[in-house]
Ligand binder design. Structure first.
Ligand SMILES: [Zn+2]
Length: 415
């Protein structure tokens, strides 16, 4: 991407999203869920596929581990969106904003975008049984090497207190995930506050926030994470449209060795399923699929109790069929794979094209119209249903993938 400086980042995390935007062109501004429909029509609600979706699942264990919170700060939340996203003379950015808001069913002229975003999430959650919950992500600013905030690298900012506040107001549906840049002067104090405030994990997007996991200054932070058993969710793999600080090399899955060696429990977001990364462990490093490096770490016995991967976004059209097949085939990983939606992405027009999954032999053609109808009403339910339906040679994502809550209860060892 040449226009790096314009392609700033995504709390919407969004390598995938932005790849989709670039690929899908302008028609997608019009694509998206049917926002007016508040609940699933009875014919869909009672459909056999949906009934089967819940067989073997305990809704009380079903935590969506990857849900983005977004806002403009119009409710005093402290959220920010880079001004370039609203300016017509930055057409790429404003298209991106429109597409994201459309995917989240937030009208541009909503009295409060902050509140409308949360309302829509609650509305979608109402189609799920009691007990199911969503882990809402805060998103910290980018800081440079010396710990100075870099607003020019920060396209979205969602402060911890906003995520914590939304989760507290709707505790039956939400939990919250803190985001703290470890080079902040008061990073440890913020981490303690997040722990005291009930955060269930911490999230970093290294390439966009400019966090080098190898930086020796992060050790006290790792020690505190390890002692508290708070999982660290790290975005791994390529950020195609290069968000924020533009350091995609920092998303190399091999860098996870550093927090792992310090005893931190790590969740690799999206199982590093997009793009290439340098295999730094060869005499002559060369680019390989980032997913292969994630797989290498998953297969090392040392990290069996510490390394997890979330399956959010992995069935989007921009992943390779080989990634899909591997994730379904590796039943020995399934106890360490975690369901997540990457909301609002399941509602964003071009990112899910079921034809690709059908052609790759992962999805039955007969499932497609039902999935598409569910998606039009409830992208979150669509995302879950899709993950329950995909199969490769008779193997599917096992039920433990959807029993995620157990990984986020501190003080208890993962199963
Ligand atoms: Zn994400």
């Amino acid at each position: 991407m040449q226009r790096r400086h314009l392609l700033c980042c995504g709390a919407a995390a969004a390598g995938a999203l932005f790849t989709g935007l670039m690929a899908g062109g302008r028609a997608l501004a019009a694509a998206g869920p049917e926002c007016a429909a508040s609940t699933l029509p009875p014919a869909l609600r009672e459909h056999a596929l949906l009934a089967r979706c819940w067989e073997g699942l305990d809704p009380g264990q079903l935590w969506d581990v990857h849900t983005h919170l977004l806002g403009t700060g119009d409710s005093g939340s402290g959220c920010r969106i880079d001004p370039r996203m609203t300016q017509w003379w930055h057409p790429v950015e404003s298209l991106r904003r429109r597409v994201i808001l459309r995917g989240a069913c937030v009208a541009e002229d909503a009295p409060s975008i902050d509140r409308a975003y949360v309302q829509r999430l609650l509305q979608l959650a109402a189609d799920f049984p009691e007990g199911a919950r969503w882990m809402l992500y805060a998103f910290d600013e980018a800081l440079d090497e010396s710990g100075r905030p870099r607003p020019d690298w920060t396209c979205f900012h969602v402060p911890d207190h906003h995520a914590a506040g939304v989760a507290a107001r709707h505790a039956q549906r939400f939990a919250w995930v803190a985001s703290i840049h470890p080079l902040r002067e008061d990073a440890l104090a913020r981490l303690d506050a997040a722990l005291a405030g009930g955060a269930v994990a911490l999230k970093w997007l290294p390439g966009s926030m400019a966090i080098d996991l190898r930086d020796a200054r992060l050790r006290p932070f790792y020690d505190r994470l390890a002692a508290s058993r708070l999982p660290l969710i790290v975005h791994c793999g390529e950020e195609k449209a290069v968000p924020g600080a533009g350091r995609e090399d920092l998303g190399n899955p091999l860098l996870l060795r550093e927090p792992l060696r310090h005893g931190v429990r790590v969740v690799a977001a999206h199982c590093a399923s997009l793009g290439m990364a340098l295999d730094l462990e060869r005499p002559r490093p060369r680019p390989v699929p980032a997913f292969d490096l994630f797989a290498r770490l998953m297969d090392e016995p040392a990290w069996r109790g510490q390394l997890l991967g979330d399956v959010s976004a992995v069935f989007q059209f921009n992943r390779r069929a080989e990634v899909w097949q591997t994730l379904l085939r590796r039943q020995d990983w399934h106890d360490r794979l975690l369901h997540g939606s990457d909301y609002p992405l399941p509602g964003v027009g071009p990112l899910y094209r079921l034809g690709g999954l059908v052609r790759a032999g992962l999805l039955a053609e007969a499932d497609r119209p039902v999935l598409e109808a569910v998606r039009a009403h409830n992208p979150l339910l669509f995302d879950l249903l899709l993950k329950r339906r995909v199969r490769w040679r008779g193997q599917r994502l096992a039920d433990p993938v959807f029993a995620t809550r157990r990984h986020f209860e501190r003080g208890t060892a993962p199963a």
